[in-house]
Design a protein around this ligand. Structure first.
Ligand code: SF4
Length: 326
């Protein structure tokens, strides 16, 4: 079997808070991404999806700590590397784009400076070649007049253009893995579609894997080969996208699907999942979805289910599908 680009095994990222509470933001998460594959992590705010991405990129910050498991990038465990070691990997082997590019772009440097810096750091290009390459990258990501835009400051650009600049920086060193954390949430709907199409185009042209963090199952159904559904810091369902949408197992995934707008039917009000995700400092002993689950049973309250394979490549964490129930 092909070696995965990314292999996350039993990852635990905890935050040790001042009042001696422990927030289990990522709690025993495992998944792998194959070369060229597009995988989405979905879930509500507080489900642990962004913290999983930040753990992979080495961007957790105190008081967070990876306390267990491993993150293998191209077969090398990067979970215990120092910040200095991670800076040689970030941008070169894996890159990340964020929801709001203004938080990632430096407002006091032109967009050209920021792309050129990345090229000079990782590809050791001289200034002239780096500038030429930067203009080419702006053109590749669909920015018109790239020879002029290269000298603009980020605040002079629209949200969609800033996200294109972020993508240009992210792909500048041809990383094999791109992590996109809600990359279109802050954009207008039409621009969202353009940015998603651009990412898909880049993935195919560069044979790059994409890990997309999103709360939008519409994005997932259009772009992901596989889906990982997270809840309460854990994976609750994982499978190929078509299988997950046709043969949904976990009550939480079903709730997410039911709360999606359906343009073919006329409804007054969308369904919602009652309640909220429990705080990462207060996970119950049993199933973390129990307080919101329409199918809750006695053993759900006392025992957190294991993630089990219910059919080839389809994993579910729910007592409805435990041993002897299929
Ligand atoms: Fe619902 Fe129980 Fe399954 Fe949790 S384990 S999702 S509470 S049925």
């Amino acid at each position: 079997m092909e070696t995965p680009i990314l292999d996350v095994k039993r990852l635990k990222t905890y935050f040790y808070l001042d009042d001696e509470q422990v927030a289990k933001a990522v709690d025993d998460v495992s998944f792998a991404i194959r070369p060229g594959e597009s995988v989405s992590i979905v879930g509500e705010s507080g489900s642990g999806k962004s913290m999983t991405a930040n753990s992979i990129m080495g961007l957790i910050g105190k008081p967070g700590k990876i306390i267990g498991g491993s993150i293998e990038l191209n077969g090398r465990d990067v979970s215990g590397l120092s910040e200095k070691q991670m800076t040689t990997i970030r941008g070169k082997e894996m890159a990340m784009i964020f929801q709001e590019p203004m938080t990632a772009l430096n407002p006091v440097f032109t967009v050209g400076n920021q792309i050129i810096e990345m090229l000079r750091k990782h590809k050791k290009l001289n200034k002239k070649l780096a500038r030429e390459q930067a203009i080419h990258l702006l053109e590749v990501v669909g920015i018109s007049r790239p020879d002029q835009i290269i000298d603009e400051f980020p605040h002079r650009l629209s949200g969609g253009m800033r996200q294109r600049v972020m993508i240009a920086i992210a792909i500048s060193c041809q990383p094999k893995l791109l992590i996109a954390d809600e990359p279109t949430t802050a954009l207008d709907v039409t621009i969202q579609a353009q940015i998603l199409a651009l990412l898909e185009d880049m993935r195919k042209k560069m044979d790059m894997s994409i890990l997309m963090i999103t709360h939008d199952l519409g994005v997932v159904s259009d772009y992901a080969d596989r889906v990982i559904v997270m809840y309460g810091g854990q994976v609750v369902e994982q499978s190929g996208t078509k299988e997950l949408l046709r043969n949904t197992k976990h009550p939480y995934t079903q709730g997410l699907l039911d709360s999606m707008p359906d343009l073919t039917t006329n409804v007054d009000r969308l369904k919602t999942i009652p309640g909220t995700v429990p705080a990462a400092t207060e996970f119950p002993e049993g199933c973390r979805f129990a307080s919101r689950c329409p199918s809750v049973m006695g053993k759900c309250i006392s025992t957190n289910p294991e993630l089990v394979e219910v059919s080839a490549g389809h994993h579910v964490r729910c007592h409805l599908y435990g041993e002897g129930t299929i």
